[in-house]
Design a binder for this molecule. Structure first.
Ligand code: ZN
Length: 229
């Protein structure tokens, strides 16, 4: 009741349309949530994410939740998630992903969720890793653990926006290292990131995890770019 009273005087607004949120809504209103452009990844094994990684990584399940469009609501949410100090949006979207994953692959045997890490200097500056929160949301729904103690970013990220596909791969090729390797052995890992463009980051992380002895790899992202990059 106190929270209702507080909300009356200090309402929360939807991050994408600025309407006042009602009870049960977190950061984004129901209308906007339903308006986010879904992918068909959960129904189609040969989806856009799987196709983009084909021949580069052996993947069991590859899924992105939404299509990333320039100036769209997904881009707006991701901007808040990464730069607007709104990490909880990652958790909200993670829960949505988890629910869809459960529907599609109910009995899938995932053992551990690992988010793509940020370099420690970036983590200090931002205060959090947005992909950790996406991992947490998924973990909550699927009842499996997540860990940010198994993959480290050894080199600083450089902005990939204007790079070619090859340049992107080169920039992350040796950027990641696996840690606590003994506990990765023989596990089915779900690697998660915020956006997939060329897949260079997922590929680099996936190769490191496979080299560390995991049994199986799946990948999940909040969004995937659908136009040329
Ligand atoms: Zn809204």
């Amino acid at each position: 009741m106190l929270q209702d009273f507080i909300n009356l005087f200090f309402p929360h607004y939807c991050l994408t349309c600025q309407e006042i949120l009602v009870k049960g809504e977190t950061l984004i209103c129901t209308v906007c949530f339903l308006d986010l452009p879904p992918t068909t990844c959960h129904q189609e094994p040969e989806n856009i994410v799987a196709q983009r990684l084909a021949g580069r990584l052996p993947i069991s399940h590859a899924m992105a939740l939404y299509k990333f469009r320039k100036s769209g609501k997904v881009q707006c949410l991701l901007h808040h998630l990464k730069y607007g100090n709104k990490p909880l949006i990652g958790k909200v979207l993670g829960r949505r992903f988890g629910a869809l994953f459960k529907e599609a692959h109910g009995g899938a045997t995932l053992d551990l969720i690992i988010p793509v890490p940020l370099h420690s200097s970036k983590l200090r500056k931002r205060g959090y890793n947005q992909s950790d929160f996406f991992a947490q949301g998924i973990a909550e729904v699927l009842h499996i653990p997540w860990s940010n103690q198994h993959l480290k970013r050894a080199t600083k990220a450089v902005t990939q926006t204007k790079m070619s596909k090859l340049e992107r791969f080169k920039s992350v090729e040796n950027a990641f290292v696996a840690t606590n390797i003994s506990s990765l052995h023989n596990k089915h890992i779900l690697l998660v990131d915020d956006v997939m463009t060329t897949g260079a980051t997922l590929e680099a992380c996936g190769l490191v995890l496979l080299a560390a002895g995991i049994k199986e790899l799946s990948v999940a992202t909040i969004a995937v770019t659908t136009s040329s990059y």
